[in-house]
Every structure is written in structure tokens, then in C-alpha cells.
Design a protein around this ligand. Structure first.
Ligand SMILES: Nc1ncnc2c1ncn2[C@@H]1O[C@H](COP(=O)(O)OP(=O)(O)OP(=O)(O)O)[C@@H](O)[C@H]1O
Length: 841
């Protein structure tokens, strides 16, 4: 077998529905001008007419069994409230916008070429149009040449002549990141974990092996009987949940103002998660909800909250509902959704997130808004420092992206918030990658939660096409060229590109700018003002590309994102799901293109295994195209360096100005400033850094992640004696049960001829001997062979998976037997005596 990526995928495994080059040719033809007729037909056949997707709904689309789609009108959530609360920045002299610097640099390069004298920036703006067209001359002709030649070559099909590359830059943005005086104080944990630069391809071999093993075991880990039993004791029985699901909101017994709100945003038919969640939430039960990205989880928790608030006592204003989100942008979006849905009610909302004016939030909190939408850091700041603000009257606590919030980094803050809420509250957790790990959930002190898992937690959106572009080993430096080739030639509009680091996103923003591509950046090195501006520019189509870190990977719902590009594979599959979930939302089509290197093959396997095979593609970019773009990027290296140096200078200047203003202020208002009560911080800067580092380390370092999964012996340290003893006893019980379960399993194994060979249906030849198989698994480190094998596994898993008619049933039968057997007895065991231990402390 050739080690060539293309050959392996295309030729060796027919079960892998990757397109070969010929097919790609055909597919590309489908969307080229020359073959417009074909386009419609094939696009329909593949359900892959996303290029034509204007955001309108597919009238033939209906709910599918696994909650893949719906739906109704798509709304642009606005940031009005957030904008109003943006910290007043009038005293801050805006620095030079990065776009201005880039524009000037482009003009200089152009002038150099033509021998003209460089005009000062003001003057230059006036002749902007001319300059742009002149500057663009060379690249344009280059584009044409490339476009025509390579379209016939291999993979580019979605060139659209009426989508001529537009010139000009997105609206300028203040480059005052990190200069705000309160920035350090306000820093809260951001949902942005960066990988080191080294991660994009230079991991040591041993680490790589380790991570492979780990993801293998993650992937193949079967739930033990003990865990199943534990979950059974922890979660409410399925019989507790209503079986009937409403077909429309109108039949859900909701109040008129809520129905009017829903109608206003165009929601008529509830999505699966909404239909299942709303009745249960209205009953006041705790919920662990999971459904694929873009399936309407936000309204699933907001609607019942609003409905319950319709019946609140209005005598004394009280904050009764708290919604926690991991990022500021998500909280702002959630606030906007909630406000829209509550337009016809008198329910009030408070937004409590970092980066926005603390004082205006404090004033708002004093009015006791019914619903608080917050990020953990700023909320704790208010708990500690805003007089008379408490969470004592919270009746409902909701965590969006709950699995993220339960991870390291948020942990201390979350525990503090949960402690501050009354025990009698209702708690609801939601995520597309929702965990049902009891150990993790215990920290949230849930009360017999109802598990509402609509889709597999590994699922991606039903209409998502997933493409992979191979980055060969020793060719990691080609990534920028590959990205630019994709964005200049194929995916030109409504594209969000994910990077692992802020620095990479920023650098690419400069390169995009220098190449005349309209892009905005979104990451944690920007001020909140800049972050909102970037989102608005992208939302309003003033820029075509949003260059983001994982800050934007969860929850953001931006209309019409056609394409998600992963410049690097993220650190784990859950992040991948969230990133690619920014497209193909609400029953629409979308495409994710991932640049996958040698080190990414395990994640690639996961992605392939969980994808709809019909919607998997392998994109090949001709080497000569890559070489051309690489040369262009290399040609910009000096300009990029100069721009960065200029930015740095500008930043230092403004920093100095700000320091001066600060000291000036201090001198003028000394007595007033020192008379203010000292602020209390939940964590010192050092502690915050440690928490953030721990989060990053767990994400980036497979060894540490493993260590987290296998807690050390001294994990009881610091606990009370009673708690320690209780946990030790439980642990001993676990051991006993595990050994019982093992013996049951081996006894069963001995009696049965063999476990149903789940791999069998796909294979016709004889099974390889066991030792040979093992050997293959260890030695098989070839990127392309991995792909082939994965698809086979995926196909087989489909047959044997829990949702299948065959494998699923078999497993169920096994489960039944073991329960009536050994586990029936184990029920007498302390560990399962009562479910009280899972109840709130
Ligand atoms: N019942 C409905 N009918 C029509 N459209 C809906 C309905 N519910 C939600 N939507 C739309 O679906 C889109 C996705 O919803 P939402 O952002 O709540 O998804 P999500 O499940 O929270 O996604 P993620 O996991 O990425 O956070 C939104 O644009 C929303 O307006």
C-alpha cells in the first residue's frame, strides 16, 4: 500500500466515501460555470448545495431522528445591551488601527514596485480606490490564471465569477489591547486555551504515541456495569420524563406572551431538544441536556424559564434565574436571545460579563433583574464587591456549555457560585458535548437530574460536509499557503477560521490584510470593544473572514457561516465538534475544512468515524498552487515584521500615555480614590494564572489529561474525616464490584462462542489471528492507512452501535442479563443503598 494519503483513501478502501481526484474533478465541475446544469442536479443529490444556500430553509427538510435539523427564520442577535455597557473609553486616545497600518504598508509595497513616493496616510485614504485596484493588479491576474488552470486540475470547484474578490478593508479597529487600566483586574477565565506553537507539528514522538493511545482508549472505553449502575442511581429514571412530545409550541401550554415572542423570532415547531426539555424544565426538575450544535438548546432552557417567571410574585423585585456561560460573547448572545423571546413580557434581564462597565452592571444589579446572564469571573466579582448583591434568591441555575464549565480553569469559580446559590434551586446543564460522567456532575450538586440526550455526544450536525486537507510531514510550513489558497480561490465569503494561538490568528490577520482579503480577528488579546466590533463586522458582512481562537468555538450563532476552516486540528474532538458546529446550524448546510497533519491522525480518525460518510471529502490542493502561495507569503514576511514592530511601538506609546493619565488622576483625586472600599478578589492574579495554566495544561498535555482521569492516591487530602472515609468506602466498593463484573464477564466469555464480531459484517475474508491484529495496531502509524482503518471501524461501529437494530439490541440483552444476575445482588451494596449520596449537600 502506498503511503500516499490520496492513494490510500481513494483506492484501498471502498468503504471510505472520500472522493478520489477524478470524483473531485467531477464535483468541482458541478459547481463551475461551465457545467451549471450539472450543478443543480448533483448538488441536490448530495444534499450539498451549500454554495447556493442563501440562508433560506430547505422546504423539504424535516426533523430527523437524531435531531439534526429543523427549522425557522434565523435572527441576527444584536449586541446593543453589551455596547451600552461598554466601559467608557473616551479618555483613552485610540491608537492607530491595524487596518490603517496594513493599508499603509500595502501602499508602500505598491509604491516600491511602481517607483512612486509613498503618500502620508491621510492623503492615501483619498486615493484609496485607485491604489487598491493598482495594487491588486498582479494578484488578480494571478488569481485568474490559477483559477482556470487549477480548476481543471483537481479540487477547486466553487469559483463563482460573480463573486469577484472585493477590495478594501474592514472597518478600522482600535488597537489598544491590553492597555486598559482595569484589564488585569477584570481578567477572568476566558474560554481560550492556546496550544504552544510547537504543537502544530513538532510534538515528540513519544508524546504522540501517548496521545494516540489515550484517544484510542477514550474512544473504545466501554462503560462498565458499575458505571451504568451508578448512572442509574444518579439520574432520574426515564419513566419520569413525559413520553409525548409536542409538535408545535402552541400545543405546549405556554403563556400567550411567550408564544408571541416565539412567533416573533419565527420559531413555530420546537426542535427535539426543545420539545423534550421544556415540559421537564417546567416541572422544576434538574436536567442534563445534550443535543448537537445548532439544535436550539438556548431556547430550550430560556423558554421554560420565561414561562415560569410569568407566574412570579411581582411584589419585590428579585433575581431568580442565573444563566452562566463560559465566554463573554456567548453570554451577550444569550442575553440578546432571551430579550427577544421575552419581548412581550415584563421580565427583566441583567448582563454581568467581564470587559463591560462594572459600574453600570452594579447599578443594574441593584434593580434586581429577574434573569442574570453572566460569566463566572465577573459574577464572583459582583458577589464579593457589589454591596447587597447575593445569589440567595436564585431559583434556577443554568449552565450553557456545561462540560466546558466543569473543566479545569473554571472549577474554583464554579464551586463558589454553586455554593452561593440556594440548595433548593433547579439546575439545568446543557452542551452539545454534554458529559454524563457522575464524578464530574456531582460537583454541581444536582438533584436526581433527568438526562435528555438527543444526539450522541460525538455527533456533528446532520448537514455538515467535512473535508480534510492533508498537510504532509515536514510540510507544516505550508499551512499558511494552503489556507490562503483556500480562502483566495474557493471559500471567499462567510468563513470562520480557527487557530490554536492568538499570535497565529493575529499574524494571519496581517497577511490576509496585505493580500487584500477582508478579515477580522477575534481572540483574547483584544479589548471587549474590539471583540464585539470583530463579530459585528463579520455578522454584517463587512469582512469575509473571521480569524478566531477557540474563544469563538462554542455557542456562537452567526447567520450564514458557510465554511469553517481549521488551520490546525484542535486539542480534542469535543473542541472540533464545537468549532465545526459554527456552520450547518438549524438544519442548514455547511462545510468544515480541516488542515490535518501527521500528528492529527487520531483526531482525524475520530472525526471520520463519527461523520456521515457521504459527507466526507478529501481535498487536494495541487503542489504548484501551494508553492505559489508560499512564495507570496514569504514575500510578505518583511512587511509583516514591520507592521508588528509598528504595532508594538504604538502600543508602548499608548501604554505610557495611559500610565501618565493614571498618575495624573491619582494626584488629582487622591483622597477620593483612597477612601473607596478596597476590592476583594476571589483569586489572586497568581492563583488565576495557575488555574488558567492548569486548564491549558490539561488540554494540551495528554499526560496531564491522563493523570486527571486517573486521580492520584492523595486526592483525599484536605477533606474532612467523614467525607474522606465515605469516599474511601465507596472506592473499596468500586473495586469489589469491578472484580465481580470482570469475573462475570470472563465467565460469560467462556460460555459464549465469541462476542458478536462487530467487525465481521464488513469483511469477507478470514479474520486475522489475534496477535497479528495487535501487532498491526501498534505498528500501523501510517497516516493514510489510519484513515482507511478508521472508516472501516466507523462503518462497523454503525452496525454495532447502540442505535443499530442489531448490535444495539445484543448489548441491551447483555445488560439485562447482568443486571438480573450479579448486579441484582450488588444492589444491596452500600454504594447503591440509597441515592441520597448524590443529593445536594
Ligand atoms: N424552534 C426553532 N425554530 C426555528 N429556529 C430555531 C428554533 N430554535 C432555535 N432556532 C435557531 O437555531 C439556531 C441555533 O440555535 P442555538 O444557538 O440555540 O443552538 P445550540 O444548540 O445552542 O448550538 P451550540 O451547541 O452551538 O451552542 C439559532 O439561529 C436559532 O435562532
Amino acid at each position: 500500500m502506498s503511503s500516499d494519503f490520496v492513494m490510500t483513501i481513494d483506492d484501498d478502501d471502498e468503504s471510505v466515501p472520500f472522493l478520489d481526484e477524478e470524483e473531485l474533478d467531477q464535483e468541482d465541475e458541478v459547481v463551475t460555470k461551465k457545467t451549471n446544469k450539472k450543478k443543480g442536479a448533483k448538488g441536490k443529490k448530495n444534499g450539498n448545495n451549500f454554495k447556493k444556500d442563501t440562508g433560506d430553509l430547505d422546504p423539504t427538510f424535516s426533523f430527523d431522528a437524531d435531531g439534526g435539523g429543523h427549522m425557522g427564520a434565523h435572527h441576527d442577535w444584536d449586541f446593543t445591551a453589551a455596547r451600552a455597557a461598554l466601559r467608557a473609553q473616551d479618555e483613552m486616545q485610540p491608537g492607530m488601527s491595524l487596518d490603517d497600518i496594513i493599508a499603509r504598508k500595502r501602499a508602500q509595497v505598491k509604491a516600491k514596485k511602481s517607483g512612486k513616493v509613498v503618500k502620508p496616510i491621510e492623503e492615501e485614504k483619498e486615493v484609496h480606490e485607485d491604489d487598491e485596484s493598482e495594487f491588486q493588479e498582479a494578484p488578480d491576474s494571478d488569481e485568474d490564471e490559477e483559477g482556470n488552470d487549477d480548476m481543471e486540475g483537481i479540487e477547486f470547484g466553487e469559483e463563482d465569477d460573480d463573486e469577484d474578490e472585493e477590495e478594501g478593508f474592514g472597518a478600522g479597529r482600535d488597537e489598544d489591547a491590553g492597555l486598559e487600566d482595569e484589564e488585569a483586574e477584570e481578567a477572568e477565565f476566558e474560554d481560550e486555551s492556546e496550544g504552544s506553537e510547537a504543537e502544530s507539528g513538532s510534538d515528540s514522538e513519544s508524546e504522540e504515541e501517548e496521545s494516540e493511545e489515550e484517544s484510542d482508549s477514550d474512544d473504545e472505553k466501554e462503560e462498565t456495569e458499575f458505571e451504568k449502575e451508578r448512572k442509574k442511581a444518579y439520574f432520574a429514571p426515564e419513566s419520569d420524563t413525559p413520553v409525548e412530545v409536542a409538535e408545535t409550541f402552541a400545543t405546549m401550554n405556554l403563556s400567550r406572551p411567550i408564544l408571541k415572542g416565539l412567533a416573533q423570532v419565527g420559531f413555530v415547531q420546537p426542535t427535539q431538544i426543545q420539545a423534550r426539555t421544556i415540559p421537564v424544565a417546567l416541572m422544576g426538575k434538574d436536567i442534563c441536556g445534550g443535543a448537537v450544535t445548532g439544535s436550539g438548546k438556548t431556547a430550550a432552557f430560556i423558554v421554560p424559564v420565561l414561562e415560569r417567571l410569568m407566574y412570579r410574585s411581582r411584589q419585590t423585585p428579585t433575581s431568580r434565574v442565573l444563566i452562566l456561560c463560559p465566554t463573554r460573547e456567548l453570554a451577550i448572545q444569550c442575553h440578546s436571545v432571551a430579550q427577544k423571546l421575552a419581548s412581550f413580557t415584563d421580565i427583566t434581564f441583567g448582563l454581568c460579563v467581564g470587559g463591560l462597565s462594572r459600574n453600570s452592571q452594579e447599578m443594574q444589579l441593584r434593580t434586581r433583574p429577574d434573569v442574570l446572564i453572566a460569566t463566572p469571573g465577573r459574577l464572583i466579582d459582583h458577589i464579593l464587591n457589589s454591596r447587597s448583591f447575593t445569589l440567595d434568591h436564585i431559583d434556577i441555575l443554568i449552565m450553557d456549555e456545561a462540560d466546558r464549565m466543569l473543566e479545569d480553569g473554571f472549577s474554583a469559580e464554579l464551586t463558589e457560585i454553586v455554593k452561593a446559590c440556594p440548595q433548593s434551586r433547579q439546575t439545568m446543564l446543557f452542551s452539545a458535548t454534554m458529559t454524563d460522567n457522575v464524578d464530574e456532575l456531582i460537583r454541581m450538586s444536582l438533584n436526581r437530574p433527568v438526562r435528555l440526550q438527543i444526539d450522541s455526544s460525538n455527533a456533528t450536525a446532520a448537514r455538515l460536509t467535512q473535508e480534510f486537507v492533508r498537510i504532509r510531514q515536514h510540510r507544516e510550513e505550508d499551512r499558511p499557503a494552503v489556507l490562503l489558497a483556500l480562502c483566495s480561490r474557493t471559500f471567499k465569503h462567510r468563513v470562520i477560521i480557527f487557530f490554536r494561538s492568538k499570535a497565529a490568528a493575529h499574524q494571519m490577520k496581517i497577511i490576509f490584510g496585505l493580500m487584500g482579503l477582508r478579515a477580522a480577528e477575534l481572540h483574547g488579546n483584544l479589548t471587549q470593544e474590539q471583540r464585539l466590533a470583530a463579530l459585528e463586522e463579520f455578522r454584517d458582512e463587512r469582512v469575509d473572514f473571521l480569524l478566531a481562537t477557540d474563544l469563538a468555538s462554542r455557542g456562537l450563532d452567526i447567520k450564514g457561516i458557510d465554511t469553517v476552516i481549521n488551520f490546525n486540528m484542535p486539542q480534542n474532538y469535543a473542541i472540533y465538534q464545537h468549532r465545526v458546529g459554527r456552520t450547518a446550524r438549524a438544519g442548514r448546510n455547511g462545510r468544515a475544512v480541516t488542515l490535518a497533519g501527521e500528528n492529527d491522525r487520531k483526531l482525524l480518525k475520530m472525526a471520520i468515524k463519527n461523520a456521515d460518510k457521504k459527507l466526507l471529502k478529501h481535498r487536494v490542493i495541487p503542489q504548484d498552487v501551494i508553492t505559489r502561495y508560499r512564495e507570496r507569503v514569504e514575500g510578505l514576511t518583511e512587511s509583516v515584521k514591520e507592521i508588528m514592530a509598528e504595532e508594538k511601538e504604538d502600543k508602548a506609546l499608548r501604554q505610557a500615555e495611559m500610565e501618565m493619565r493614571k498618575s495624573d488622576n491619582l494626584l488629582k483625586h487622591e483622597s477620593e480614590i483612597y477612601s473607596r472600599p478596597a476590592k476583594t478578589w476571589f483569586q489572586t492574579t497568581e492563583e488565576k494564572k495557575q488555574a488558567a495554566d492548569a486548564g491549558k495544561a490539561a488540554l494540551n498535555d495528554p499526560k496531564k489529561r491522563k493523570a486527571k482521569e486517573e486521580p492520584k492516591r492523595d486526592r483525599f487530602a484536605g477533606m474532612s474525616r467523614a467525607k474522606r472515609r465515605r469516599l474511601q468506602l465507596t472506592e473499596e466498593d468500586h473495586k469489589d464490584i469491578n472484580s465481580h463484573v470482570k469475573s462475570i464477564k470472563s465467565a460469560k466469555k467462556a460460555l459464549k462462542p465469541a462476542k458478536i464480531p462487530k467487525l465481521a459484517p464488513e469483511k469477507t475474508g478470514p479474520k486475522p489471528p489475534q496477535d497479528q491484529k495487535k501487532k498491526k495496531k501498534k505498528k500501523d502509524v501510517d497516516f493514510s492507512r489510519d484513515l482507511g482503518d478508521t472508516s472501516k471501524q466507523g462503518a462497523v461501529k454503525k452496525l454495532g452501535g447502540s442505535g443499530s437494530k442489531f448490535g444495539g439490541k445484543d448489548r441491551k440483552d447483555d445488560k439485562g442479563k447482568s443486571r438480573s444476575g450479579k448486579l441484582g445482588k450488588l444492589r444491596g451494596n452500600k454504594a447503591f443503598k440509597s441515592t441520597k449520596k448524590y443529593k445536594r449537600r
